[in-house]
Write a protein that binds this ligand. Structure first.
Ligand SMILES: [Zn+2]
Length: 365
């Protein structure tokens, strides 16, 4: 047990251990990187090491404190308990008064975007003002153990007033507390928050590392794990929870759209495919765009003539090379610019189907 179990991003682990060893632990830390790459896991391990009863720059995993904090390994269960306690039909005021806090141990809190279940459902889970106010109050308590650790997952979902509550804590940093923010990218946060955090950017893991983790922690067949690892773009967490067949299928379909657009034939067929894509309710549009961006960045490497491209879509390497031989870098750049427009358009609620059709038509020309 200990940090040794954490695969990938060794320099971040070293830096955190160094901080614990020297006693110069920052008040605010920001972990950024793709989902499933291990940000929450490492934050939980840091909380264990900061309070382990036996070790100071690592954790034993066996003492009572380590075991309590390790409950954070299953956040779904804790979230479910929290929501049940609050009651399924809580109104908006109750949601703020009874903020969702995961607290497996008095000094260690995890705050996650609240998937509020109201009678009338709200848009998407986000960190709420009630949660931040609770953190604000608790941050100044003396720790029972050595250090209070607050993990704020989904920091990019903080709105104005929530960000301000967070900034207030950073402006008067509590003595023995560390706040760890998790977000996909630093650009999703206010500069005033960024400038007060020590930042760590998590890199995707290598294919072999992802496969190793999957072999140890899933019951899937070796073949299925191999495919999941190839699809997961370096994120073991995502690889573990993904529906492998569905994920592979979505990529194949997206690649088919690019292929028929590049062939410049069959608009009817092309629009049928984009129509199916626009109607797919299970995959959020952002996720679909992400699939196209992934394929296009692979194509960019092929058309640029890079000897051994490091494909994000390893499983589609052959098809990508074939398509890459038919288009050039200018075509790929045009496609990327087109998807950028779609991305901005979708934020302003433009019609996705029309946007996709226009893009496909412009690529076919
Ligand atoms: Zn311990």
């Amino acid at each position: 047990m200990g940090f040794g179990e954490f695969l990938g991003n060794a320099r971040i682990v070293q830096a955190l251990r160094g901080a614990l060893r020297s006693g110069r632990v920052p008040h605010a830390v920001l972990f950024t990187g793709p989902r499933g790459v291990g940000k929450f896991t490492l934050a939980r391990m840091f909380a264990q090491a900061a309070n382990c009863e036996r070790l100071t720059d690592d954790f034993c995993g066996e003492c009572a404190t380590c075991q309590r904090v390790s409950l954070l390994a299953d956040t779904d269960l804790l979230i479910e308990e929290g929501l049940t306690e609050r009651g399924e039909s809580a109104d908006a005021a109750t949601v703020e008064r009874m903020p969702l806090i995961l607290q497996p141990y008095p000094d260690v809190w995890a705050v996650v975007p609240d998937p509020v279940r109201l009678k009338t459902p709200v848009a998407r889970p986000m960190l709420r003002i009630g949660q931040l106010r609770a953190v604000q109050r608790a941050a100044y308590f003396q720790p029972m153990g050595r250090r209070r650790v607050f993990i704020l997952d989904g920091a990019e979902t903080m709105r104005g007033d929530v960000s301000n509550a967070f900034l207030k804590i950073l402006e008067e940093p509590p003595g023995s507390a560390t706040l760890i923010l998790l977000a996909p990218s630093p650009y999703t946060l206010l500069p005033t928050i960024l400038s007060r955090c020590m930042q760590f950017q998590f890199a995707p893991l290598g294919l072999a590392e992802v496969e190793k983790i999957l072999a140890e922690r899933t019951k899937r067949s070796a073949a299925e794990n191999k495919l999941a690892a190839a699809l997961a773009e370096g994120s073991p967490g995502w690889a573990m929870e993904m529906d492998v067949e569905q994920t592979a299928q979505r990529r194949r379909e997206a690649l088919k759209i690019l292929e028929s657009a590049a062939r410049g034939s069959g608009f009817a067929q092309l629009f049928a495919a984009t129509g199916a894509l626009a109607k797919d309710k299970e995959a959020p549009f952002d996720e679909q765009l992400g699939i196209f961006y992934g394929l296009l960045s692979d194509l960019l490497e092929v058309t640029a003539g890079i000897g051994a491209p490091s494909f994000r879509n390893v499983a589609l390497a052959r098809e990508l090379r074939e398509l890459g031989a038919k288009v050039d870098t200018a075509w790929v750049m045009r496609a990327i610019a087109g998807f950028d427009q779609l991305h901005y358009g979708s934020r302003r609620n433009l019609n996705k189907q029309l946007g996709l059709d226009a893009l496909a038509a412009s690529l076919a020309r």
